[in-house]
Design a protein around this ligand. Structure first.
Ligand code: UD1
Length: 438
């Protein structure tokens, strides 16, 4: 790929895989900077396909998922580079409309190219993403949205094959029966170039959708209502190149606060957006964590032992499902009994048996986990099947007695940039090691 000048993702030695060796018991102290949001960067990168010319997105983290999206764009003919956390992309000429299985299977968010391709090229062929480690993740709402915009959509040999009507997509009234971040983003992107007005009801209110809308508005799109459940888009005939600052990653911020909290630490978080974390702060406060929120930083002070609380995941502004695993790790060592109810992905509990191997006392019934806090976890060999489960296991390792060896850290590399270096920077005893693969 032309122009890639950041360090390539680690290539593991033949037969070897990366693991984290963590020795628990160190209190985290110091300053931690928060990266740009992965889940905002990915749709913005896809949205660049709508724009002939060279666009720049600043504050894009160096992550495996971002590299994958870069490859998807390159496959479509967009030329891109990635210097210093700024993603530069020139989508003047797109040479094809197919996102292949090889790439989509490694990252579901590749489906974000569906809407932009249909809107700009009138056609798209995108591999159907498969299931996820924790269960099925349908894309029916994305497809229904494209159909309502006038596209003909068929499934063919594992691919979504979509074609816009003659004259292009048409504005439509789209009421989602489930709040979906991905489907809202896909329709939002497609509708910017549709003829007429599109109204999305029960739209996702996530900050990442607001950021995507702001990116598109900066490129000349006419969008109103982002951040509410009704978004209105008046189609325009074309968009112009844009230079845009990505928002900080609220999930990474929450994970770092949790790392400070679980070690009884005192950390200064720089660059986070407190307004994106309101309900997360509330649950941390329930657990005894104190915050001093300043213009550019958040000071975190954790008690010597956390108190249990209850969390229920929900679409934004509710508690994010992406921090559910991390809170389960916190509750494992908190005083009292905590309850975690997962309403978005009922099966997203693959971290539970692994936390149990470290001594956590968690009873899972349907989509509710009841956690009896224990005073001390113990280090163990653990493995993870997805990104957020991995971060929960890292946190558990930071307080467990002795050594934890976390396998399959490639999952964590999808969503956190060099997490081990940054945690080490505030005192954690964690290192990346290469071990014999399975
Ligand atoms: C995004 C995030 C992911 C987060 C999730 C929920 C990205 C790249 N990923 O995923 O980290 O965990 O939001 O906050 O931003 N659904 C359907 N049909 C569809 C689409 C979704 O039934 O066509 C359901 C899902 O199964 C789920 C719910 O809607 O139960 C919400 O999923 P959605 O918001 O679409 O998640 P993603 O956009 O895939």
């Amino acid at each position: 790929m032309p122009g890639v000048d950041h360090p390539p993702p680690r290539v593991e030695k033949r037969g070897n895989v990366d693991a984290f060796r963590i020795v628990g018991g160190r209190r985290l102290e110091g300053t931690l900077p928060v990266s740009g949001a992965k889940n905002a960067a990915l749709p913005m990168m896809a949205a660049a396909l709508l724009i002939p010319g060279r666009s720049i997105i600043h504050n894009v983290p160096h992550l495996r998922d971002v590299v994958t999206m870069h490859k998807v764009l390159a496959e479509l003919g967009a030329r891109g580079g990635y210097p210093n956390h700024s993603f530069e992309v020139d989508a003047t000429e797109l040479t094809q409309v197919q996102a292949s299985w090889d790439l989509v299977r490694t990252m579901r968010a590749s489906i974000y190219v569906l809407g932009p391709l249909l809107a700009r090229m009138g056609r798209a062929k995108v591999s159907l993403p498969g299931g996820c480690a924790w269960g099925p993740r349908p894309v029916d709402l994305h497809l229904r949205g494209m159909e309502l915009l006038g596209a003909k959509v068929e499934l063919d040999h594992g691919y979504i094959v979509a074609e816009a009507p003659a004259g292009g997509l048409r504005g439509a009234h789209i009421a989602f029966d489930i709040s979906s971040v991905g489907a809202t983003g896909n329709v939002l992107m497609a509708a910017t170039l549709a003829r007429g007005t599109t109204v999305i009801e029960n739209a996702s209110r996530e900050p990442e959708i607001v950021a995507l809308a702001d990116f598109l508005i900066a490129a000349g799109a006419k969008i109103q209502g982002q951040g509410t459940t009704t978004i209105t888009i008046d189609g325009v005939s074309s968009l112009s190149p844009v230079e845009f600052d990505n928002i900080p990653d609220r999930i990474e911020a929450g994970t770092f606060i949790a790392a400070a909290a679980i070690t009884g630490g005192q950390v200064n978080l720089v660059g986070a957006r407190p307004d994106h974390l309101a309900i997360v702060f509330e649950r941390f406060r329930d657990m005894g964590v104190r915050f001093a929120i300043e213009a550019q930083s958040i000071q975190i002070e954790a008690p010597s032992r956390l108190r249990a609380t209850r969390i229920t995941t929900a679409p934004y502004p509710g508690f994010p499902t992406d921090l559910q695993a991390v809170f389960l790790a916190l509750l494992s060592v908190a005083e009292g009994t905590g309850v975690v109810t997962e309403t978005i992905y009922p099966d997203r509990f693959t971290h539970v048996p692994e936390l149990a191997r470290m001594g956590a006392d968690i009873v899972l019934s349907d989509h509710v986990a009841t956690v009896r806090g224990t005073a001390q976890l113990s280090g163990a060999l653990v493995t993870s099947t997805d990104l957020r489960a991995s971060s929960a296991l890292v946190l558990a390792g930071l307080v467990a007695k002795g050594e934890t060896l976390l396998h399959r850290v490639y999952h964590i590399d999808r969503g956190y940039e060099r997490i081990e270096d940054r945690l080490r920077g505030v005192g954690a005893n964690i290192e990346r090691v290469s071990i014999a693969g399975p």
